[in-house]
Ligand binder design. Structure first.
Ligand SMILES: [Zn+2]
Length: 810
């Protein structure tokens, strides 16, 4: 609790900045003098206080990260505010940091009601003012926030990455997207009414927002808890991406908006009041009768001007709403995978808006975007022109380049002969897009601009240079390889495009996708055969290394029920600090569980001619586990003390806490050490590696994963920290932080394709490969190998950054 004096000071400031209108939000990241800045920004949990400074002509708040010699997990400051963020797209601010290397990651939080909105950010360049823009749809929901209209705290946190001090500065806080005519309604009431839907609400709202961004259409995100007809007045169009269990009050406000002339585009579940307003009837839930029943949306001719004739979407269920004669009409129907009309409406148009009978999935992205544009364009005539201008402006925005001029200049200077022809074709097509835009032919201009961007991207990929001898690995999460292809086809694609290793996930804590005599064998192995054998054969044919990946401790959903039950009954599964069982995870301190982990990995290394074995989940799930009865018994025995109040005392007594953290680490390390020892003896050439969390400094306590020690002691032959982030600066920072921890052991940091949209964005992968090289890594590991990666990413990497011709000539 802050002291009363501090509270008064904060209150004084609050009164001064009371309601944060656009004009005075800038004051939030600035202060007149040091005392008021310190009073406003409460330093949390042992963090050093802020100060006021001027950096390169910008007046800013200085945030010191006092990690050296301290134990703080993060430097963190809270500022009490009264902010209404209900009518903006998001926020932006400036950040300056000379050396972000001691920081594992930065986060911005907004507190509202009993919950938080949270997003990561990172300074894109060292020693320069960088603008950070965070859109509301990208912010995670933690607990139960009460909406964007009542933000009461801003929190900025920088997590410890190493034992060194640094500092960063923030300035110029502002709201974005305030002139928008489109409002997306995010169904945050789901956190209360339908908690299992929260993830999909966030994801689907984000999907619509991303499409609008790509189309260059400005929008606001409004929480359904903040809805009022008055608040909606300034908008012409409201989009409901996925709003399950919408509160009656919210539906009523949207209904009033439509009755007052506003328009709605609604997906999937629709509140009864809105069905009436849009002139729809029925609404039963229809699940597909066979896979592929709902495969595409086909528009009737001229039913929606500018819509593509067919849009692919593999839906598994729909809501069966029907038009009402005289009020609405079907514009598109669902067709199945064989091209047969199912008779179910996919898109219904009325005077009040447009209804789509399932959510907007991310497949067939280009046609989806076009369909959404046609829908928005039906109500906002300016949308087509804006989208055409945005498509043209996006040509050349690839990798590090901000626009066409920058990209063209850089690629021309690189004078790569294979890229030159493609670049010329891109330039020609871009000129055509310009001409079409001038002539008011918007759809044609968009098509030409999209072609130009595709060609520019190809030229960019072709202009990259491979580094011979690099370790280029990829994880494959499915034991059966990418869907729709054989192991041989997938491995050939990797080899053709210069990859050197695959890490296929062939075993879990309670399941094996090969003929195991240690673990239960998955039933699919009987039909589809031994998957290690299949993958390994393909690797031998195409010259790739095969490192078999095990998910340790975690039985996932893949373990036969009898086995999982037996583990639970024998007291071999985990329990939380709160006493709740975690039945899917084996307890790491149980000697039989350790034996099972060790034996299964040694089995793979000795039974098959693999190049390596790979640990994953080689840790506790979080700091809340494991506190089972067995852990208590074994811990008390190991340290020779009785814990009077289990488990509370482990957190109260510092000495006991330190012993407890060592005990957890030892349980994990013991397995790594034993596997390493046994495999080195039996098969000295087999490499041992691990996928590990990115922030060793805090993760060794949190999840008991001491991978620095594993490298020091020579248990590992390489290590793959999972540095999954869309920010190349953050990725490079993490890799630079990890190299010294790995020491002599090679570090091949993980690149997470699924952290950006679309995951098939090859230039983004190239940026991070270049960052790994700059940091000094001799390779990288990509997550993950699936059919989209094979189709859309590998061929573009293979054109340059991982090209094989250089390697084969050595
Ligand atoms: Zn336990």
């Amino acid at each position: 609790m802050p002291k009363p004096a501090a509270v008064l000071a904060v209150l004084g400031l609050l009164l001064a900045t009371a309601t944060a209108r656009a004009a005075d939000t800038a004051a939030i990241f600035a202060a007149a003098d040091e005392p008021s800045a310190r009073a406003a920004w409460q330093a949390m949990w042992g963090t050093a206080p802020v100060s006021v400074a001027e950096v390169e002509g910008v007046r800013a708040v200085r945030m010191p990260c006092n990690f050296r010699g301290t134990r703080i997990e993060r430097a963190s400051w809270d500022r009490a505010v009264q902010l209404d963020l209900s009518a903006c797209r998001g926020v932006q601010f400036k950040v300056f940091c000379r050396d972000a290397s001691p920081v594992a990651h930065f986060r911005l939080f907004f507190q509202s009601g009993d919950g938080w909105y949270a997003a990561a950010f990172s300074p894109a360049e060292k020693g320069k003012w960088c603008t950070v823009a965070i859109d509301k749809d990208e912010m995670r929901i933690e607990d139960k926030p009460a909406g964007w209209s009542a933000i009461k705290t801003i929190r900025i946190s920088a997590w410890r990455g190493s034992d060194a001090d640094t500092e960063f500065y923030v300035a110029d806080f502002a709201l974005t997207g305030q002139g928008a005519r489109i409002a997306i309604i995010r169904g945050e009431s789901a956190a209360r009414n339908a908690p299992s839907e929260v993830e999909s609400v966030v994801q689907l709202t984000g999907g619509i927002a991303r499409n609008l961004r790509d189309l260059g259409l400005e929008y606001t995100v409004i929480n359904d808890l903040d809805l009022s007809a008055a608040r909606l007045k300034k908008y012409a169009l409201v989009i409901l991406p996925h709003n399950p269990a919408m509160p009656d009050a919210a539906a009523e406000e949207i209904a009033k908006f439509v009755e007052g002339g506003g328009k709605v585009i609604a997906f999937y579940e629709l509140h009864g009041r809105l069905r009436d307003v849009l002139g729809l009837t029925g609404g039963g839930h229809v699940t597909q009768k066979f896979p592929g029943q709902f495969a595409s949306i086909r528009f009737a001719k001229d039913a929606l001007p500018g819509a593509p004739p067919e849009v692919g979407q593999a839906s598994w269920n729909i809501t069966d709403l029907r038009p009402v004669e005289g009020k609405s009409r079907v514009a598109a129907e669902w067709f199945d995978k064989d091209g047969k009309d199912t008779g179910y409406p996919a898109v219904i148009v009325s005077d009040g808006g447009i209804y789509v009978s399932h959510v907007l999935l991310s497949d067939d992205a280009a046609n989806k975007r076009r369909m959404l544009l046609a829908m928005a364009g039906a109500f906002l005539p300016e949308a087509w022109k804006q989208a055409a201008e945005a498509s043209l402006a996006a040509v050349g925005r690839i990798g590090p380049y901000r626009d066409y001029q920058e990209a063209h200049l850089a690629m021309t200077r690189a004078a790569n002969p294979t890229a030159a022809g493609t670049l010329a074709a891109a330039t020609k097509r871009r000129a055509e897009a310009q001409g079409l835009l001038g002539a008011g032919k918007f759809p044609e201009s968009i098509a030409a601009a999209e072609d130009a961007q595709r060609l520019m991207t190809e030229a960019y990929c072709k202009s990259q240079t491979p580094v011979p001898g690099e370790f280029r690995a990829i994880w494959c999460h499915s034991a059966f390889g990418p869907s729709g292809m054989t192991w041989d086809e997938a491995i050939k694609a990797l080899a053709d495009n210069g990859f050197t290793a695959v890490l296929p996930n062939m075993l879990w804590a309670g399941a094996a996708y090969y003929e195991s005599s240690v673990l239960p064998v998955a039933p699919e192995v009987r039909q589809k055969g031994d998957q290690i054998a299949a993958c390994l054969a393909a690797c031998k044919t195409h010259g790739l290394e095969c490192h078999v990946w095990k998910v340790n401790w975690n039985m996932g959903g893949r373990t036969p029920r009898e086995f999982a039950e037996r583990m639970k009954n024998e007291g071999r599964t985990q329990a939380g600090f709160n006493g709740k069982p975690l039945a899917a995870w084996l307890c790491p301190s149980h000697p039989e569980n350790q034996k099972l982990e060790i034996d299964s990995m040694v089995e793979v290394a000795t039974k098959y001619d693999v190049d390596g074995i790979h640990f994953d989940y080689i840790r506790y799930p979080d700091e809340e586990h494991c506190y089972c009865a067995g852990c208590r018994e074994r811990f008390e025995k190991a340290v020779g003390v009785k814990v009077a109040n289990w488990p509370a005392d482990l957190r109260k007594d510092d000495g006991l806490r330190a012993k407890w953290l060592d005990f957890r680490r030892d349980n994990i390390t013991r397995v790594v050490a034993a596997v390493s020892e046994a495999v080195r003896k039996a098969r000295p050439k087999v490499k041992i590696s691990a996928a590990v969390f990115s922030n060793w400094a805090t993760d060794r306590d949190k999840v008991g994963q001491d991978w620095k020690l594993w490298c020091q002691r020579g248990y590992l032959d390489f290590v793959c920290p999972m540095d999954y982030t869309p920010s190349t600066a953050a990725y490079e920072n993490l890799a630079a932080m990890q190299l010294p921890l790995a020491g002599k052991v090679p570090c091949y940091p993980g690149i997470g394709l699924s952290t950006w949209q679309p995951p098939t964005d090859a230039p983004k992968v190239i940026e991070q490969i270049l960052a790994a090289r700059r940091a000094g890594c001799k390779g990288f590991t990509i997550f993950e190998l699936n059919s989209a990666t094979v189709r859309e990413v590998l061929p573009l990497l293979g054109k340059g950054i991982t090209r094989t011709d250089v390697q084969s000539s050595k």
